[in-house]
Design a protein around this ligand. Structure first.
Ligand code: 0WD
Length: 268
């Protein structure tokens, strides 16, 4: 283990010997890609999943960067797909849920125009999917495993245009807490990472998103944007034994933006 200046020797290889399923690696810009990169750098053996044919080649190609990580199709709306993942994955020490979907027309305008179908689809893919994944993988999970899900500030506060996505994230965060209770007796931890805005295929669907990272950076205590590697570093901590007593938590990785009660331009 290398020792960088005598300070970091025990911060390399934090995940040696651990096998972790990472969902949602749609492409190299996905938050899940940054997470996979950092988990792999710390010694984790990865299993990647992809949603369907549209992204299969890109994900298989990407898996080569992680020592030829096994790749499974897993569309979370299909129980057959979840069963196949459980049958093929073997024992795991971690699960990263980095999945969300909301119809584009539901990411602008008035929340009260959301259709029954749009609401059901958003909740199914963005929130119920965590229950479905855990339910199918419960016997694959080793005691002491770590589960994490990606969420966003719009779950608890109003973020214009995030709309039904925020409502689904509120359900996801509540799911995290109840699953943490269900699995706590096995030492399995369940947490959420609440990331600041990052340009990805999904986030671009939110009306007006492109201006958001710059504005958030200007208003945040650390005065910067979040990268997928920033999120990946926190995922390493949550997947590792360093966080063995942390569960049922929502951990913000947003340069402190969530703590602001008034933005600088309003206060000057
Ligand atoms: O600013 C952001 N980008 C933030 C994203 C801030 C805070 C949180 N998040 C969350 C998202 O809500 C999501 O939960 O992070 C997670 C990952 O999102 P991302 O990395 O921003 O977006 P993206 O690269 O598009 O990954 C989301 C993926 C899908 O990608 P595509 O682009 O193919 O829609 O969710 C997956 C899919 O890979 N996905 C599914 N996976 C399995 N089954 C399904 C499905 N039915 N539907 C979507």
């Amino acid at each position: 283990m290398s020792d960088r200046g005598g300070r970091c020797s025990d911060l390399v290889g934090l995940l040696d010997g651990k096998t972790i399923i990472v969902t949602g690696v749609a492409n190299r810009w996905s938050i899940a890609s940054g997470i996979a990169r950092r988990l792999h750098a710390h010694g984790a053996r990865l299993i990647l999943t992809y949603q369907g044919d549209r992204v299969e080649d890109a994900v298989r190609d990407h898996a080569e960067e992680f020592g030829g990580a096994p790749v499974f199709e897993c569309d979370v709306t299909k129980d057959s797909s979840l069963r196949a993942l459980a049958a093929g994955a073997g024992k795991i020490d971690g699960l990263v849920h980095s999945i969300a979907f909301v119809k584009k027309e539901d990411l602008s305008g008035k929340v009260y125009t959301t259709s029954r179908d749009g609401f059901a689809m958003a909740m199914d893919i963005s929130a119920y999917s965590l229950i479905a994944l855990v339910g199918h993988l419960v016997d694959n999970l080793n005691d002491g495993a770590s589960i994490m899900a990606l969420t966003y500030l719009g779950s608890g506060q109003i973020v214009p245009n995030y709309n039904i996505a925020g409502i689904a994230k509120a359900a996801l965060e509540s799911t995290v807490r109840y699953l943490a209770f269900d699995l706590g007796e096995r030492g399995i931890r369940v947490n959420a990472i609440s990331a600041g805005p990052i340009k990805t295929a999904s986030s671009r669907q939110v009306a007006g998103f492109s201006a958001m990272p710059g504005k958030v950076a200007a208003a945040s205590p650390l005065k910067r944007n979040i990268t997928i590697d920033d999120v990946g570093n926190v995922a390493v901590y949550l997947a590792s034994d360093l966080s063995s007593q942390v569960t049922a938590d929502v951990h913000f990785v947003d340069a402190g933006y969530h703590a602001m009660g008034m933005y600088p331009e309003a206060a000057s």
